[in-house]
Write a protein that binds this ligand. Sequence first.
Ligand SMILES: Nc1nc2c(c(=O)[nH]1)N[C@H]1C(S)=C(S)[C@@H](COP(=O)(O)O)O[C@H]1N2
Ligand SMILES: [Mo]
Length: 383
Amino acid sequence: MHSIQRRELLVQGSAALVAIAALSRRAYAFPTQAGEEVVPWLDQPTENPNPEGIKTQLVWEDLDSWITPNDKFFSISHFNRPTIDEKTWSMEIEGLVKKPLKLTLADIRARPRQEVVFTVECSGNHGFPFFTGGIGNAKWAGTPLAPILEEAGVLKEGIEVVFFGTDESEVAIRDVKMKQNFARSMSLADAMNPDNLLCYEMNGAALPAANGSPLRLIAPGWYGIANVKWLKRIEVRDTRFMSLLMARDYVTIREEDHNGETVWAETSVGRALLKSAPAKVTKKGSDYAIVGAAWGAPIERVEVQIDQAPWAPATIDHSEEAEHAWKIWSLPWANPSPGEHTVTSRAVSTTGQVQPAMDDPLIAKKHTYWESNGQVTRHVKIV
Ligand SMILES: Nc1nc2c(c(=O)[nH]1)N[C@H]1C(S)=C(S)[C@@H](COP(=O)(O)O)O[C@H]1N2
Ligand SMILES: [Mo]
């Protein structure tokens, strides 16, 4: 830590002096310090109308660890929530492969183990007033998917890999009603990413039923929807796959401007997008601070705006970091005046992208609630 501080000091010169001064006052956002209180936000999520589908949302004020414990991790179910006996469970890898495979959990556990800390966010998060805690960060463990696809031997025509869950529902399109399993796909190139895991463990424990036991896909860098739970079957196909959750739902509809002409773009939700949110305002004696998280892309910095004041740079907590995990940031708030205030954060990526404001056309001209990565403003009252 000290050597890093010294290096930053040398590189960034006097700007770093200011940063170090802030660091020494509050080097780490976590853990919560003795005597520290959280000032609750005035704007609270509204009542969840779908408690079966959306469970255990993150309560931002309670964020006090980089890893989200399993019993506090959100879970989403579009269809039913299957309970699967892992002893009789197996999964097929089939379709356009030379050698179809049938793997038991023991087979999968016997393969090389790989871990990844990955922040999963539902692309609908912040898309509704009742849905603002569809995010969590866990250490996932499993075996890489790519070598399994290689072993099965994808045929030359194979371009698409479809992941089927055990959960099912009746789906209707036009006048056709059909029983469908949850299904999402990826291009073969995306599926072969060495980060993708067939995951059986979450934060050192067996994958909980709510999060996809006995096996789920973990696709770091993708929105939650790509991370298919309760896996039943993997199939390689020679065309793009247009399931309910690829092509009809989880579709972002956005007005785009093409030389003055409006074009309506419809895109399937896929990779995660740059985002941040204030988590909480803390108070210790008369010292206030704002703590938050940033994720979805490699983060260069996070800035915070209080009321209409200029954007101020937050300090990123480097004590716990991973490529696909959220970064925790904090900012001291000197002498806030009594009364109501707004707190907004924006993340800036290493490629210079800025998290869009709510009135940016990217957000304002988006007509569906998916991929709601606009800046989050919270309201707080200082007494
Ligand atoms: N089989 C299956 N997989 C699924 C889902 C589902 O309903 N069924 N929901 C998806 C959605 S929308 C999200 S956001 C993530 C959430 O993962 P979690 O429930 O472990 O938090 O799981 C995804 N995987
Ligand atoms: Mo989701």
